[in-house]
Write a protein that binds this ligand. Structure first.
Ligand SMILES: [Zn+2]
Length: 334
C-alpha cells in the first residue's frame, strides 16, 4: 500500500516537474518583443522649457517621467527602464539619442509639456491729441489729431489637452533625410554581422533604411494612438496624434520606435495645476502604462504571425532580401 502511494507520489512529482519544464521552454521560445524602454524627460538644467505662472516645463517633464518609470517597473518587472536624465540636468539632444541607440532601446518615450501664446486684449481707455506737420518750407502746416489710447491685458491661452507626436517622413525630402539620418544607426556594432557588408549608396542600404523607417513609423504611430486613446478615457482633451517632419530631432535620431507626449498646457492655469499635482502626474503616467500594455500585446500578436511588417513600396520585388533583413532585425542580439 505505502509503496503504491510512494510510486504515485513520484509519478505526480515527476509529471509536475516535466510539465513545468515544458511550459518554461514554450515561454522562452516566444522572444520578448521589448527589452529596454528609454524615457526622456524633456529640457532640464539651463533649459527650463515653457514657463507657467508658478512652474516650469522641465520640472513637470521630470516629475511625470520618474513616476512613469516607477509604474512601468511595477507593471513589467523584467523590462529595463533607462532615463536620459534623472535630475535637473541638460544632456545634449544628440547625447540623448546616442544614449538610447547605444543602450539598444526598443522604445523611446519623450515627455514634454505644451504651451500656447496668451491672447492680448486691447481696450480703448481714452483719446490723446497729438501734433504733426505736413508739407515743407512755406507750405509747412501744423495739424492735430486725436488718437485712441489702449490698455492691454494678457489673457492666458484657453488651449488645453494632450497631443502625441511621431516623426513623420511624409515628404520626399524627409525620406531622403531619413536615409541620411539612419546612417549612424546602420553603422551599429553588429551591423556587418547582421546585415553583411553593405555600401551606404547601394539600393540595399536604402531598402533597409526605408524598411526600418517604415517599421518604426508604424510602431510609433500605433503606440501614439494607444496613448491618446487612454488619455481620452480619463477625460483629457484629445488633440490627436500628430506628425512632424522637422523640429523633433530626437525622434528621428533614435533608431527605435519613438513618441513625444505633450502632456498638457502649462500656459493654461487649470492645466498647470493638474500637471504639477501628484494626482495629475499619476493619471498621465497610468495612461501611458496602459497604452504600453496594449502596444506590447499588439507586438506579440504580430510576432505570432498576425500581420508581419510589410516591405516598403517600390522594394516589394526584392522580397527575399527584405525577408533576410527582417529576420536579422528579429534576431538582433540583446
Ligand atoms: Zn518641450
Amino acid at each position: 500500500m505505502t509503496n503504491k502511494i510512494l510510486i504515485l507520489f513520484i509519478a505526480v512529482a515527476g509529471y509536475i516537474s516535466v510539465s513545468s519544464f515544458v511550459r518554461e521552454t514554450t515561454n522562452t521560445r516566444n522572444k520578448k518583443v521589448i527589452n529596454t524602454v528609454v524615457i526622456d524627460p524633456g529640457h532640464g538644467g539651463q533649459d527650463a522649457g515653457a514657463r507657467g505662472q508658478f512652474s516650469t516645463e522641465k520640472e513637470i517633464c521630470l516629475g511625470v517621467s520618474l513616476k512613469l518609470g516607477d509604474m512601468i517597473k511595477k507593471e513589467f518587472p523584467d523590462l529595463n527602464i533607462l532615463f536620459t536624465r534623472e535630475t535637473d540636468t541638460y544632456p545634449e539632444l544628440h547625447d540623448r539619442a546616442k544614449f538610447a541607440n547605444e543602450s539598444k532601446g526598443d522604445l523611446y518615450l519623450c515627455i514634454h509639456v505644451n504651451a500656447a501664446g496668451g491672447r492680448r486684449k486691447a481696450e480703448v481707455i481714452g483719446y490723446k491729441t497729438v501734433t504733426y506737420y505736413t508739407g515743407k518750407g512755406a507750405s509747412r502746416k501744423k495739424r492735430t489729431k486725436k488718437v485712441p489710447q489702449y490698455r492691454y491685458t494678457n489673457l492666458p491661452s484657453a488651449a488645453k489637452g494632450t497631443e502625441t507626436y511621431i516623426w513623420g517622413a511624409h515628404r520626399s525630402e524627409d525620406k531622403e533625410l531619413a536615409i541620411i539620418e539612419n546612417a549612424p544607426m546602420l553603422r551599429e556594432e553588429n551591423f556587418e554581422k547582421n546585415y553583411g557588408n553593405i555600401d551606404v549608396n547601394s539600393p540595399e542600404f536604402i531598402a533597409i533604411s526605408l524598411l526600418k523607417t517604415k517599421q518604426y513609423f508604424k510602431r510609433s504611430a500605433t503606440l501614439a494612438g494607444f496613448i491618446q486613446d487612454e488619455f481620452v478615457k480619463v477625460g483629457r482633451v484629445d488633440r490627436d496624434v500628430r506628425q512632424r517632419g522637422i523640429g523633433i530631432w530626437v525622434l528621428q535620431a533614435t533608431a527605435m520606435p519613438s513618441v513625444l507626449v505633450e502632456t498638457g498646457f502649462i500656459s493654461n492655469p487649470e492645466e498647470e495645476q493638474y500637471l504639477n499635482s501628484p494626482e495629475g502626474q499619476e493619471e498621465l503616467s497610468a495612461c501611458i502604462v496602459r497604452a504600453l500594455k496594449n502596444y506590447i500585446a499588439w507586438l506579440e500578436q504580430r510576432q505570432n504571425g498576425a500581420g508581419a511588417d510589410t516591405p516598403p513600396q517600390g522594394y516589394s520585388s526584392n522580397l527575399s532580401f527584405l525577408q533576410q533583413v527582417e529576420n536579422a532585425e528579429k534576431n538582433r542580439p540583446e
